[in-house]
Design a protein around this ligand. Structure first.
Ligand code: GN1
Ligand code: MG
Length: 382
């Protein structure tokens, strides 16, 4: 046998062994949960930047499941996060029942409890895991149309409305998650340390960020003055955190890790950041990055049709500014991670966080150039 063939054979053997070991480890984790049926296969699912997600298929008619390894470095209080999620999903179930919704199991996530202790997560000594029921015949969209944007707006408005009377305090599963002053402080710290010597490459971006700092941080000031409330929000309303049915209607909102008290803008503004962007959030060709006003209008109409009942006049007045806030905040977060040496977001190549930052800043500029139209549209609408 040729030397190269032996190499090839050796690599194949190694790959099969790794797969086998990983599969065995995953089977052990799954056996901690009260699952129905026998596991047929486990494969990667979704494109989240934080947790690892797998689809667990079972043989025959028993349900399939979603297994997630929770990123414990990001979500330090797993107990608090899971208790938020349980409070929110059971509150939503109650609301849907009172609205006589038929397909309840598809409309709110259901977590599988552990065999021992009946908990919604399992700690294997190193990692935290959780399992939820997989919702079949549903898809995530990477792109939206004005029609799906309207449905998405209604869905997030409805989500906030359903949670507007939840009892008891929810914890901040990531403290200061959407606090702009805090994100700026993190950027300043990163710049001061310049841990991996990348500062030389980012000067222009930093100037553009400092220029806008004061106006972007005023939401926090208004909150301290008692003029802007926090409500229960989803806080990660990327397009791919929603399940749609075959008709393009929203089935439910997923990825509930960041559900916590925040400004309503967290859901309104962050959806538009990805949903109304004409490119992906890491598009290297900045000419492709734009803000789609038709999607903006459709999403805003949908959102306000549900949310106008509970929003304060101040919240409505600031909606246009929140459209700009989220690309800005995301640029600050990506750039901080780039300067720190990519310790937070998963990356696919060394300059990935820098490319992401540039795309967010371009999106912000596009939004700023449409700001008067954005303002007029919202004023006219309500
Ligand atoms: C992260 O996990 P994923 O990909 O849904 C991040 C969001 C960012 C987003 C940027 C816990 O969300 O805040 O907006 O990446 N989630 C966390 O793509 O930091
Ligand atoms: Mg996600």
């Amino acid at each position: 046998m040729k030397y190269t063939n032996l190499w090839g054979l050796g690599l194949r053997f190694l790959w099969i062994t790794i797969k086998f070991v990983v599969m065995k480890a995953i089977e052990t984790i799954l056996s901690a949960f009260n699952l129905e049926g026998k596991v047929e296969s486990v494969g990667p699912l979704g494109s989240g930047l934080i947790n690892d997600t797998y689809l667990v298929k079972t043989i025959g008619k028993t349900p399939d499941y979603v297994l997630q390894r929770i990123n414990h470095a990001v979500f330090k209080d797993v107990e608090g996060m899971q208790s938020n999620i349980e409070a929110v999903t059971s509150h939503i179930r109650g609301k849907l029942a009172s609205e006589n919704v038929m397909d309840m199991e598809r409309r709110a996530l259901r977590f599988v409890l552990t065999r021992e202790g009946g908990k919604s997560y399992f700690f294997d000594g190193v990692n935290y895991w959780r399992v939820s029921l997989f919702i079949p015949d549903a898809e995530t969209l990477q792109e939206v149309t004005p029609v799906t944007a309207r449905y998405a707006g209604e869905a997030f408005g409805h989500f906030q409305k359903m949670l507007s009377d939840i009892d008891g305090e929810l914890t901040e599963s990531i403290p200061d998650f959407h606090n702009m002053e805090f994100r700026i402080r993190q950027l300043r710290d990163a710049v001061e340390k310049d841990a991996v010597g990348r500062l030389g490459e980012v000067g222009g971006l930093l100037d553009a960020i400092w220029e806008r700092e004061e106006s972007m941080c005023r939401f926090e000031m208004l909150h301290r003055e008692g003029l802007l409330p926090k409500r229960i929000c989803h806080c990660d309303t990327k397009v791919n955190n929603m399940l749609f049915d075959r008709d393009g209607k929203v089935i439910c909102v997923i990825d509930l890790d960041t559900v916590m008290p925040s400004f309503v803008f967290s859901d309104y503004g962050d959806f538009l950041r990805t949903g109304a962007c004409t490119s992906s959030e890491d598009e290297p060709d900045l000419d492709k990055v734009g803000f789609d006003m038709e999607i903006f209008k459709a999403f805003t109409e949908g959102y306000l049709s549900e949310a106008k009942d509970f929003l304060s006049p101040m919240e409505i007045e600031l909606l246009p500014d929140s459209v700009a806030l989220f690309p800005y905040m995301q640029a600050v977060r990506f750039l901080t991670d780039y300067i720190n040496g990519d310790t937070y977001y998963k990356i696919s190549y060394p300059a990935h966080n820098l490319v992401r930052t540039r795309a967010q800043m371009r999106l912000l500029e596009c939004i700023e150039s449409e700001m008067e139209t954005i303002r007029t549209f919202i004023v006219d609408l309500h």
